[in-house]
Design a protein around this ligand. Sequence first.
Ligand code: NG1
Length: 445
Amino acid sequence: MGFDALVRQFEALFPACDPPRLCRAPGRVNLIGEHLDYNGLPVLPVAMGEEVRVAFAPADDGRIELRNMNPAYATAVFANTAEIPPSDGGAWENYVKAAVQGINRALDAKAFPGMKLLVDSNLPAHAGLSSSSALVVASAMAYLGVFEAAHAISLDRIALAECLARAEHYVGTQGGGMDQAAILCGKRGHAVKVDFFPLRIERVPMINDVAVVVCDSLVSANKTGDALLKYNAGPASCRLATALVEHQLREDFGGDIQLKRLGDLWYGHLCLTHQEAHDLCMSAIPDARTTVADVGRRLGLTAETVRETWLGAVPEPQGGFRLRARLRHIISEFRRVETARDALLAGEAEMLGELFNASHISCAEDYEISCPALDALAAACRDAGALGARLTGAGFGGAVVSLVPCDRTESFLKALAGSFYRRIPFLAERPPWSVVRVSNGASYV
Ligand code: NG1
């Protein structure tokens, strides 16, 4: 729906309000660099044309009222206070609550204004395209619009991206900051290389005659539902691995070396080379599987302390965690991001395609975030003429991103319709793929 229709609908729903203001927040497609952000290692996403759109106006009753153009999302109302209690399970208003509470905390708010919000979106949910973070960013911009009108306070984009990455933990996932950074700092025709802690952005021009195509596997991965623990197992495994690598560093070099996250091996005081970091990680975690009891023995802690300190609700898999494989993915994916950025700058599309393929294998075999449908779809995309194809986003379902020469896009989509999508009914006006329009970040309209 266009913005005019959104305004008309807002006025019909909230006749007593001021005329609404508007903002938009795009989805994002991660080109490469999966599950690196929470480790403090770089990623390379783009902001896409599909977006969340919001019409908003202040309300003087201190309550936030949300409506959605999609009737699947029920109306929600909550009081804006210093501590906003979350609604049950994966309720959609939790993303708005996350944004409002995050801004209140960042601005150390003493007053809590009310707001009416009408949301529309053409981004598919649970497809690995960050529809949830787009809603968080759009709601935050709306709330900042209301807040600023009242208090003339602002946050810059980088500060806002960092604030909202923390704020989204409210919904229960322990993600990094890739989505919020890409959504806020995207630029038309450019990929965004994002580095973390502190957040840094480099815009890298896309290659002119190559299209980015996302295809939905139609397996839904709901990260505040079924996929929550599967997703959080990634950060939890990395926290365990970090503790073991820190212990190894202290044994090798003595002293009280602190390793907050894996990325600190390359950045900060340590500045290891890729080879040094690789060798250190492999010697810290020599076995294919590591149990909680193994970690306890190594660090001189009880199993209970290990669970409480690093795992939280994430259960130990039968036989232990595959920490060595997880580290192999993190280290090799980091190198692929650096090489992909150079390949983009040099216009080397084939090289980028090869990196996509290698990333998919690493995500599937070493990080175990793929599923049969994603593997089949990535293979079908390669058969249909992609230079490379890989799952994108958290995984466990969702989308595959492919790199396709522009003059082959039509035949690529035709081939896919006849292969992977052959037995799947879909509406011609809403196909399960999208040729990505690499877009600007979120804005007021
Ligand atoms: P998506 O694909 O939007 O669920 C999630 C995390 C990212 C990142 C990727 C994997 C959130 C909000 N997003 O993204 O931070 O870790 O998975 O690369 O948790």
